[in-house]
Structure formats: C-alpha cells, structure tokens
Design a binder for this molecule. Structure first.
Ligand code: COA
Length: 706
C-alpha cells in the first residue's frame, strides 16, 4: 500500500472537480455544492473548459484545466462522460494529482473493459491510484469531506463503510441518522478497477478516525489478498455479502463442485479472514454499532442484568442461540449483588433486580459486575416502568461503566418501552454504549464482540504448508492424461496423486485380463473390490461396474466377466481401460473430502459426512486452502453430524486427528496443483476408531481446461 497516495484519495487536502458544472442538477454541480455544504476543510477547485465564460460556480473560481490550478491537488473527482475520462486522467497525471475519484459510469460494468484499463494505465504511469469508476464518491466526517453526490455527510461516528453498491451507500448515509449508527467514512468502491476492497481495508486499518470497518460486498476480485489483509487488520471487520445464489453449480463435475455455492465459500473465507458476517442490513447496522463502540469480549462469561423476568428469559434464549450461553454467576458476586434487589430478586444470571429496580440498583449491580474478574461482558436490560425515568437509568448505567474504570469488557443495553426509552437509548449511544430496542438484539450484538475475539484468535494461527517434492511426479501423471485427450483422471491416477501427497489411499491396481486380476488380488490379499475403469462411465455402480467382498480367485474371475459385460451393455462405445482390483477396506464412518478451485479464492477444501449426509442434508463445510490441522479439527466440529465422529450410542470415537491431518495434506495438494486441478473428491473416505486412521476408498480429479 502506498499510504501517502491513498491518503490523497481518502483524506485529500485539496480536491479538483473535473467536469464541474454551473447547472444545478448535474453531478458536476452537486459535488461542488456538497463539498461546500459539508464545510470541507481543504481547497476546492472546479474544472471546466468553459472557465472563461462560467468564471465561478457557487462562488468558487473555475479553472479550464487542472494544470491551471495554482496549488497542489490531492484528489480529482471526475464527473465528465466516460470517453473523456482518459484525457482528464492524463491532465491530472501531469498536475501530479495523487488519486482519481471516478464517479463516471460506462466502463467495465457495461463491457467497456478496455476503456477502464486505459484510465488505470494512464493513472499508474503517473503514480496515481483510481477509486472507481462507477461510484458515488467518498465521504469523510473527520475532514468534512463530501466528495460525492450523496446528499450529506453521515451521522458522525467511528465506523467506516466500504460499499460496492452506490445506491446502497446513499441509503445507508441517510439511515445513519434514523438508526443512530455513526460513521466516519463512506467509501464507494464501484468497479474496483484499481483500488480494491482489500486496499481500502488496509488503509482504514491505519486511519485514526476509524474503529471498525463495515463492508457491503457483491463480489471480491482478489480473494486471497482480501483474506491476508483482513487477517492482519487490528480493527473489527463486518461484511454483508450479497448474491447468495449458488454459482458454478450447474457446471460442476464433482460432488464438491455441486455443493460449493458462493455463500459457503465466502462464509469460509470470512471466517478464515476473521471477518464477521452480517445476516442482513439490520444486522449490519446492529453489529456495526457494537463493534465500533465496544471492546471485544475476551471470555465466555456473559452476565445479564434486568428489571424484568420476561426480557431476561428472552435474552437467555438469545444467549444460547448466539453461542454465549449463560452460566450462574459465582457465589461471591451473587452475594454482593443481593444488596441491590429485594428478597424475591435473583442474583444468579440473569440477575433479576425485579421491577423495583431504580437508578441506584442499576448503577450498583452494573459496577459490581464489571469489576468482578469472572464477568467478561454484560447486557443490561430495562423495561420501562411507572416508577423509573429511562434517561436516569441510562445515565446510571453510563456512570457505572465510567466509575468502574473497566475498559476492556463490553456492555450492550436494551430498553423496551416508548419514546422516553428511545430517547434514553439515543443518549446511551451518544455516550458510547450500544443500545437496542430488543433484548435479543443486544445479546446478538455482544455475541458478535465475543465472536470477534474468537475469530481473531483463529485468524492469527500460523499456516503449516507441508513441503512436498512430488509435484513433478504428479504433473507427469496429469500430463499423460491430457496427452490422452482426457480432462479427468482415472481412479488409479487420482489415487497415485493422492498418495504422492501423503493421503492414505487403498491399494489399487489396474487389471487388463482375468489372469492379471487374480494375481493382483493375491498380491493385495483377499477380500478385494473390483471396479470398472472407463472415462466414459463416471457412475460405476449404476453401470453394474462394482463388485465388493470378493473372497477368492473364482469370485475374482467371475466378477471380471460380469463387470465387463455390464459395462459394455451400459455403454457399448465406452472406452474401457480395464478393471481395478483394490484392497477391501474394513467398514468405517464414511466421510467425503473434496475441493473446488473457486474463481475468487482459488483452491478450497470441503469436508462432510458421506452417504445420505452429503447427498440429502448437504451437511458440509468449506475452507480456503491451505487448511491447518487445527482448522481441520474445527471443520469436523462444525458440521451438524459432528457427534457421529465423536462417537455416539456406545461407538468409539473416530480418528479425528488422522482425518484432520488428511484434510491438511489434501489442502496442500490442491494448493500445490492449483494450476492443474479444477475439482476433486475423495469419496468415500473411511474413518476408523481413534488411533486406527482413515482410508481414501475412491478418488476423482477433474483437470482445469488448458
Ligand atoms: N474537463 C472538465 N470538464 C469538462 C471536460 C473536460 N475535459 N469536458 C467536458 N466537461 C464538462 C462539460 O462541459 C460539462 O459541464 P457544463 O455543464 O458546464 O457543460 C461537465 O463537464 C459534465 O459533462 P456533461 O457532458 O454535461 O456530462 P453529464 O453531467 O451529463 O454526465 C456523468 C457526466 C459523469 C455524470 C455521466 O456520464 C455519468 O457517468 N453518470 C452516471 C454517474 C453514476 O451514476 N455513477 C455511479 C453511481 S453508483
């Protein structure tokens, strides 16, 4: 990141508007008007070739070109039609402008990729960066900068928004006032011809006026850089990802390919990057509020303080739903809190001070709880009552936080009531305490602070990349298949590659005659499995091409003839390579491992339980490769069927460690062969009791088109 250049874009000390217009209603007029109305602290230079004629726009002197401007220009907002933008860029380059904020539409979004690239090339030749094109512009409260056609600066606050949708940015701008969620910067990122979301996050992470980054994403261009930048970020990042339809599924040739929708891969990438994912726009606002105002919740002990049993129960339910289940407060804390409730109150958790609770009780309990080492975070609930004043309650909560001196434990609040409660909550937010109209939302907001602490922990784990010196051998197998005109490998070839990368595959050999099949079966040892090998028969069982549990020479001979006959009648013109004879792995828990080469994030791993779990329930989980053994263990834990691997109904636990190591090796394989493998499956993989490992029974590799 060239910080100085990006400073010029996002916090310019002077702005030229190229395409400034004296005609109200035009974007070139609106931007000038917005800059003036926001009381921009820097210099504003309107640029228009008819400067001699126009002379002034809204009292500002107009210059015919940027090169005529007397002082330096940090950012040029471009509001001329698309075909003039390259020329405008050229002039800005000569003027040594740092960055271009290209509002103009009509570039790659309508197929004009070359024109867009031309602008970027010109900009880069002068060391400039390009924001956009096709954007609303950029806004910064701390600089009083509204270099956009959004009508006003947002409600001031500590979050900063990066939005891929211009219209949504304008809507969020207005909603900051009704939702009472403050932002410092709103950055419209548009076509991302040059400055990407990752670049912007990197810059915002160093921006002193930003405490949390809020993203609206339609599609990333540089998935892996995004993950790297977010991992390194020291501020919370929340993303709302739009576009949840499955992509690429129709064309998928593997099981994994058909299950890897954009949502799942993005979800995995966000998790690995330490980015919190908002579920919808409301949630994006709610989480932005808590993450921009409060510290992360570093432990699991959440305490709920309330004056109403009902809201306490609602919050308790929500705590369970959002993975911060309540535990009873320790005895000493319970005893201390007793002084702030009647006999019929409850200090357990939720701490129910009852409807008798007034200012002092709220203040006393909140302060005691914050100072107690057991407590990691607090949700304070209040139901409006006739005997209390909501604003005073709010002030008591604030005072408790202040007087406690505790700054590293989060507090969120929910007031349920009417206008007086709404006013009290506005007061709380203005004083840095997130407040919400519903108890479950306050719990969700604090659970996000807990999740943030968690994901940061995971995101900073070291990545183990297994060294492997078998790449050449793998490429040789792949090249041979390509030379054969194939875009997928046979089971034997796929297993050979898996084995090169240390995956535990069953012994598998190709027989081209009955005699050969018998001698291979003897070599492996009975019982064996036999399967047809043909690039034209992908679903072997459907073709009658699989025979299992063959116990002697006779069974092998018979199976050979039957499989050949079945295959020929299933597909008479099939190209048959032979029949594989393979070790019959003993029964184990069936799982599936697989990979896709995601267009945004590259090689990505999938794990799920096999059979019906994957077919019907689609109970699978993803991670962008490489996956560490620790991450793989978390993959095993997060599927719904996780208890099956842990051992249910008297069964011994499965060898999760061996399975996790297999996932790790697999992920290294797909990363190493990223240029070659498009999709792959190991299905099934049989997992045995703890200490007894796992076996890949069947394998499939689909090659990338070259
Ligand atoms: N340098 C500076 N100004 C120039 C110029 C140059 N080389 N060439 C022309 N201009 C002036 C024009 O004379 C005009 O000023 P005027 O009103 O005094 O005549 C001004 O630049 C604007 O040009 P004009 O041709 O009138 O364009 P426009 O205002 O109708 O539209 C855009 C320009 C950029 C707004 C339009 O092309 C566009 O892209 N609109 C969509 C914007 C958008 O929605 N962005 C994405 C949001 S998500």
């Amino acid at each position: 990141m060239n910080k100085e250049v990006l400073d010029g874009l996002f916090r310019p000390k002077s702005v030229a508007v190229v395409g400034a217009s004296a005609q109200p209603g035009k974007i070139g007029y609106t931007v000038i008007k917005n800059l003036i109305e926001a009381q921009y602290i820097g210099k504003i230079y309107p640029i228009n070739p008819k400067a001699d004629e126009i002379k002034e726009i809204l009292g500002l002197k107009v210059y015919p070109t940027v090169t005529d401007v007397p002082g330096p220009i940090d950012a040029a907002v471009i509001t001329v039609p698309a075909k003039i933008v390259p020329q405008a860029a050229e002039e800005c380059g000569k003027k040594k402008v740092k960055g271009l904020i290209v509002i103009t539409s009509g570039f790659s979004e309508v197929g004009e990729k070359d024109l867009e690239q031309q602008v970027v090339d010109i900009a880069h030749s002068y060391g400039m960066r390009v924001l956009g094109p096709n954007i609303v512009g950029t806004l910064s409260n701390s600089d009083r900068l509204n270099a956009s056609f959004a009508p006003f600066l947002p409600l001031a606050g500590k979050a900063s928004l990066v939005s891929q949708s211009g219209a949504l940015l304008i809507a969020i701008d207005a909603a900051t006032f009704t939702r009472r969620v403050g932002f410092d910067k709103l950055i419209s990122i548009g076509n991302m011809s040059d400055v990407s979301i990752a670049d912007t996050i990197e810059w915002l992470n160093e921006d002193e006026n930003t405490s949390c980054v809020t993203l609206y994403i339609e599609g990333l261009k540089d998935g892996r850089r995004f993950i790297d930048v977010c991992k390194k970020a020291t501020k919370p990042i929340i993303a709302l990802k739009a576009g949840v339809s499955a992509h690429g599924a129709a064309a998928a040739a593997s099981h994994t390919g058909s299950l890897a929708g954009a949502v799942k891969v993005y979800g995995a990438a966000f998790q690995q990057a330490g980015v919190l994912q908002a579920t919808d726009l409301d949630n994006l606002f709610d989480l932005t509020l808590s993450l921009s105002l409060q510290p992360p919740m570093r432990g699991e002990n959440l305490l709920i303080i309330t004056n109403g049993g009902g809201v306490g129960v609602l919050a308790t339910d929500a705590a369970e739903r959002y993975n911060v289940p309540l535990k009873f407060a320790p005895a000493d804390l319970q005893a201390e809190m007793r002084q702030y409730m009647p006999d019929y109150g409850s200090p357990k958790n939720p701490v129910d001070m009852t409807g008798m609770a007034g200012n002092e009780w709220y203040q006393g309990t909140t302060q005691l709880a914050l100072k107690h080492p057991w407590v990691d975070g607090i949700v304070v609930l209040y139901c409006e009552t006739a005997i209390t004043n909501p604003l005073e309650i709010a002030q008591s909560i604030y005072k408790a936080v202040q007087d406690s001196g505790v700054k590293d434990k989060p507090v969120t609040v929910s007031f349920v009531g009417g206008e007086r409660s709404a006013e009290a909550m506005r007061w709380l937010v203005e004083h840095g305490i997130p407040a919400y109209g519903a108890p479950d939302v306050a719990v969700n907001a604090i659970s996000a602070l807990r999740e943030y602490a968690h994901v940061k922990e995971f995101a900073n784990e070291d990545i183990e990349i297994c060294q492997n010196d078998h790449r050449d051998a793998a490429i040789e197998i792949i090249n041979a298949a390509r030379a054969d005109g194939r875009d997928s490998l046979t089971e034997i070839e796929a297993k050979q590659i898996f084995a090169l990368y240390g995956l535990p595959v069953t012994q598998t050999y190709l027989a081209k005659s009955e005699e050969e099949a018998v001698s291979l079966a003897r070599k492996i040892g009975y019982p064996v499995v036999m399967k047809i090998v043909s690039p034209d028969i992908l679903h072997k069982s459907d073709a009658g091409g699989v025979k299992v549990n063959l116990k002697d020479d006779h069974a092998v001979r018979e199976a050979y003839t039957t499989i050949m006959n079945n295959a020929k009648s299933y597909k008479p013109d099939a190209n048959i390579h032979g029949i594989v004879v393979q070790e019959m792995a003993p029964w184990g828990t069936e799982v599936i491992l697989g990979s896709v080469n995601d267009p945004t994030f590259g090689p990505t791993m999938m794990f799920g339980l096999g059979g019906i779990f994957v077919e019907v329930l689609k109970d699978v989980t993803f991670r962008v490769a490489p996956v560490t053994t620790k991450q793989a263990i978390r993959m095993l834990d997060e599927i719904r069927g996780a208890p099956i691997l842990a051992g249910v109904r008297g069964e011994k636990p499965r060898d999760r460690q061996a399975l996790a190591e297999t996932v790790c090796k697999y992920s290294n394989m797909i990363l190493d062969l990223a240029d070659e493998i498009s999709e792959s499956d190991a299905n099934p993989v049989l997992v045995y009791e703890e200490g007894k490992g796992a076996k890949v029974v069947d394998a499939r590799i689909i090659l990338k088109n070259k």
